[in-house]
Design a protein around this ligand. Structure first.
Ligand code: HEC
Length: 117
């Protein structure tokens, strides 16, 4: 009986190690395309992958801005709802993404950008 318990515990531990091993922070395996948000990688990974596909070309890999303004401190300027609105409806030279992205994708982008401050 006890043996069975142990093997479950060991498997769970191994799975945890495997997951945390992918989270970056290890010296040699620097993650490619790091968007600079450090340890928030796993919590905001969906937002960051949408960002890489749809936003990076104008706002830069590090949110530093290219043809578009920097988003590195965008959370200090707008709250989550305002950011979601800008993404959905566009603003100035910023295209509207309301038709290209789901509400959920826009919501997670807004949540992630709102903590950039
Ligand atoms: C075609 C280039 C382009 C793309 C792609 C793009 N943006 Fe923008 N974005 C801009 C420009 C230009 C502005 C400045 C708009 C203005 O005149 O106020 C901007 C502004 C913003 C702002 C407001 C910044 C501020 O300080 O006022 C946010 C937030 C933003 N973009 C988020 C995003 C997100 C999230 C995506 C991906 C879904 C994205 N953008 C994709 C060009 C782009």
């Amino acid at each position: 009986m006890n043996r069975c318990k142990w093997s479950i515990a060991t498997t769970a531990l191994a799975a945890m190690l495997a997951i945390s091993g992918c989270g970056g922070g290890g010296g040699s395996e620097a993650p490619p395309n790091n968007t600079g948000a450090g340890e928030e990688v796993s919590e905001y990974s969906e937002a960051m992958s949408v960002y890489r596909q749809k936003c990076l070309s104008c706002h830069g890999a590090e949110l530093q801005g290219r043809s578009a303004p920097s988003l590195q401190q965008v959370g200090a300027k707008y709250d989550e709802a305002q950011i979601a609105q800008i993404i959905t409806e566009g603003q100035g030279g910023m295209p509207a993404f309301g038709r290209q992205l789901s509400e959920e994708e826009i919501g997670s982008l807004a949540e992630w950008l709102a903590v950039q401050q």
